[in-house]
Write a protein that binds this ligand. Sequence first.
Ligand code: VGL
Ligand code: ZN
Length: 196
Amino acid sequence: MKALIIVDVQNDFLIKGSLEVPCGNDVIEPINHIIKNYSLVVATKDWHPSDHVSFASNHPGKKVGDVVKVDNLDQILWPDHCVQKSKGSDFPATLNAKTIKKIIFKGTNSQIDSYSGFHDNGKIHSTGLSDYLKVKNITSVDYVGLVTEYCIKFTVLDSIEEGFKTRVILNGIKGINLPESNKALNDMQSKGVELL
Ligand code: VGL
Ligand code: ZN
C-alpha cells in the first residue's frame, strides 16, 4: 500500500510568509494534481510554541541565520514561523486539503527542533508517523512539500531508515538554496531515495 506525505506546506513557507521559500507556491498545483492518485494522504505541520528554541527572537543578541548549540546539537536560528494556530501555520487556501486523513504535528516541544516528520532532531521523541503508516499497511511512501534541504531531506532519510520504499516527487518540492537543495537531493539518492 502506498501513501502520499505532504511536508510543511504552510503559509509561513509560502509567498509573503515569515520564512518564505522562493517559488514555494509552485508546489501547490502539482500537489493538487497528484493527490487524487493516493488512497492515503498524510500531511506534516511545523507546529511551534512561541517560545520555540529555533526562533532567533528567543535568543537575545542573536540573529536569524546564526547557529547556536542546544544540548550539543547545532540549531540554526530562524524567523518566528508556524506558531501553533497562527495564520502562518495554516495550509494555504489553494491546497486541496480535503483528502488529508491525518496531520502529524512536529516541532511542538519548545526545547528541540524537528526537521523530520518522524522524530525530533535529537531522535528522542517520535511523532507517531511511522507507527501510523505501519498500522495502515503502508510500505511505499511518496513525498512532496517544503523545504528540500531541511524538512524534506530529514523526513525522507528517516523514511528510508524506517524501512519504507521512499520516493520524492521533484516538481512537488522546493528548497531555499539551490546548491544546498541539490546536495540534499544527492544525499537522499545515495541513501536509496528514488527521485521522480
Ligand atoms: C523547516 C526550517 C525551519 C522546513 C521548518 O519545513 O523545512 N525549515 N522549520
Ligand atoms: Zn520550524
